[in-house]
Design a binder for this molecule. Structure first.
Ligand code: NAD
Ligand code: UD1
Length: 330
């Protein structure tokens, strides 16, 4: 089996390539290096101890994609390439719509033209909007509050329509909850650009002394301790979910939540980090972050039933591996 992985040097893509190689699946990675380094390819090779091909290419380049797919005859595409910063998407909506939608359209177009029958897309729990957890795949999607989330909902729609029109084009939409952690080797992980927006990379940077203290956004939510609750999932579990989706023989459009089904509050996560790593994380409670919801966690039963996949790693694994990577990086 030969798979094209777009955005395969990024955070989730790199972990997924490792899992694919470990299953002896042939991989060609394209990435424009907007948010990744070439050295990540060397580290993937080191971990998997197997080769893969990396080509620097932009997923909005239709002609490049077409030539590549004609050369390789892929069995499937896993599409990670895209921009992902929510705040930036509000400031630069056209940049987000252009990159995230055009890359999806071009890859789907080439896939249908070249009879590539399997397409897996990185969607997000953000498509559920401010709904009530646990989120199930069949729930009606609510209004998105930012262009990033809108590109995910639109891409889901575009791919679903393309599949309906092309019975051989089978699409899996994976809705990720909150990916955290890193490969246990400490060789690949998440390296955010500038000040992290997300909780876990902020915590690891405070632990390392790069940031002075963490701001906890609100302690007056209707949750166990007043802080926001999320479904954190280890990136290695998430990566394995892609392999399960790839190996499934389900046809048409299939949607799966990739989460653990369990919620963890901000304070619970900080406490787990401090305990597991024997470190102190100074923090202060500040106002809520605009746009945040109180509680987000998955109903993860469908992926278990249909893909025989479930997340296995614990919060302790996540905080340990996140810190192990942060210590090694830079
Ligand atoms: P990332 O930024 O680490 O990886 C994305 C990769 O795509 C980067 O290596 C970047 O250089 C590349 N890229 C961007 N635009 C490209 C283009 N036009 N052509 C080729 N390469 C391009 O992000 P990630 O966290 O690994 O996320 C992967 C996917 O999963 C994204 O689509 C993201 O929106 C989605 N997602 C991420 C999260 C999360 O919390 N990390 C949650 C839900 C969904
Ligand atoms: C964010 C994105 C969401 C995306 C998701 C994927 C926003 C508004 N939303 O969601 O679209 O799909 O990442 O990972 O950016 N927190 C703090 N202090 C911090 C950072 C975060 O208290 O410095 C809290 C937040 O209020 C939230 C929790 O930690 O309760 C998790 O935040 P974060 O990691 O940013 O993820 P999401 O808000 O779920």
């Amino acid at each position: 089996m030969k798979i094209l992985v777009s955005g395969g040097l990024g955070y989730i893509g790199s972990h997924t390539v490792v899992e694919l190689l470990e299953k002896d699946i042939e991989v060609v990675i394209i990435d424009n290096l907007y948010n990744a380094q070439k050295e990540t390819h060397d580290n993937i090779t080191k971990i998997a101890n197997k080769p893969s091909t990396f080509i620097q290419m932009d997923a909005t380049d239709y002609d490049g994609l077409k030539a590549l797919c004609q050369l390789h005859h892929f069995d499937g595409i896993i599409h990670f390439a895209g921009y992902k910063a929510v705040g930036e998407s509000v400031a630069k909506p056209l940049m987000y719509y252009y990159n995230n939608l055009l890359s999806t359209i071009n890859l789907a177009r080439v896939a249908t033209e070249e009879n590539i029958q399997k397409f897996i897309f990185s969607s997000s729990a953000t498509v559920y909007g401010d709904g009530t957890s646990p989120f199930s795949e069949d729930m009606a999607l609510l209004e998105r509050t930012n262009p990033y989330g809108e590109t995910k909902a639109m891409s889901e729609r575009i791919l679903s329509d393309a599949s309906k029109a092309n019975p051989n084009f089978n699409v899996t939409l994976l809705r990720y909850f909150n990916p955290v952690g890193a490969h246990m080797s400490g060789l690949i992980g998440e390296v955010p650009n500038g000040i992290p927006n997300n909780l876990m990379p902020y915590v690891t940077q405070v632990a390392k002394g790069i940031r002075e203290k963490l701001s906890v956004f609100g302690n007056d939510y209707p949750t166990i301790d007043g802080t926001g609750v999320r479904d954190y999932i280890h990136v290695v579990d998430l990566a394995k979910g892609h392999v399960a989706a790839l190996l499934s023989d389900k046809k048409g459009v299939n949607i799966y939540n990739l989460g653990t089904g369990k919620g963890t509050s901000v304070l619970e996560l900080i406490n787990a980090f401090m305990k597991e790593n024997n470190l102190n994380i100074p923090y202060q409670i500040v106002d809520r972050r605009p746009g945040d919801i109180a509680i987000s966690y998955a109903n993860a039963e469908k992926a278990l039933k249909e893909l025989q996949w479930e997340a296995k790693l614990t919060i302790e694994d996540m905080v340990r591996d996140a810190w192990h990577f942060e210590k090694n990086v830079r």
